[in-house]
Write a protein that binds this ligand. Structure first.
Ligand SMILES: [Zn+2]
Length: 198
């Protein structure tokens, strides 16, 4: 994903540079055509990648998983009532979302293979879970993954820092409210007695 984004920016910069540096009209046209072709190819590649994702098997959360997710969010409402609106939105998301089961080979380019990911602007009701990473989790941890992804979809949360990163413990209160894993952390600290494993 980052590579595609960066290559798009580089393409635009190169087009601008070429236009500024070359006077000959014919050469300018050739260069513009070349870069437009690259741009078209990148767009096509991105479209195919994401279209493929949506061809993966998908469904609502299973009844079993919905119960687990609801239990966690019920607890959150009890323990952290000041975030009730957020918990409610996350619950609605978990009830409505389509979960796509994606094989590792179809995952778009990430720095590491994620357990799950979302593309809120393209597909605001979809969560993509990576089979090899997600299937091995307990129901509770699967529910936490869904809750994490739902915060991206309905609270516009971002990943300032993941739980396992040292920066996580130094986030300001404002950043915590914007950070997906901070909601997971609240549930882990208040509603789960197990050891956190994913
Ligand atoms: Zn995230």
């Amino acid at each position: 994903m980052y590579l595609i984004f960066i290559s798009l920016i580089v393409t635009f910069i190169l087009i601008t540079y070429a236009l500024l540096c070359i006077d000959d009209e014919k050469e300018v046209n050739i260069i513009i055509s070349f870069f437009l072709f690259i741009l078209w190819f990148e767009t096509l590649f991105t479209s195919i990648t994401f279209a493929q994702l949506r061809l993966s098997p998908h469904n609502n959360l299973s009844p079993n998983m919905t119960v687990t997710t609801d239990d966690l969010l019920d607890c959150a409402v009890q323990k952290i009532p000041r975030l009730n609106k957020s918990w409610g939105l996350i619950r609605d998301c978990a009830h409505d979302v389509q979960v796509y089961n994606v094989p590792k080979a179809k995952v778009p380019i990430f720095k590491r293979i994620p357990t799950a990911f979302v593309t809120p602007r393209l597909f605001p009701n979809d969560i993509f879970v990576v089979n090899s990473e997600y299937d091995i989790l307990s129901n509770t941890n699967k529910a936490l993954v869904i809750i994490h992804e739902c915060t991206h979809l309905v609270l516009n949360a971002v990943d300032h820092a993941y739980l396992w990163q040292s920066d996580f413990n130094t986030l300001s209160l404002t950043k915590q409210l914007e950070n997906a894993d901070s909601y997971v952390d609240i549930l882990l600290n208040n509603c789960i007695n197990d050891i956190y494993v994913f």
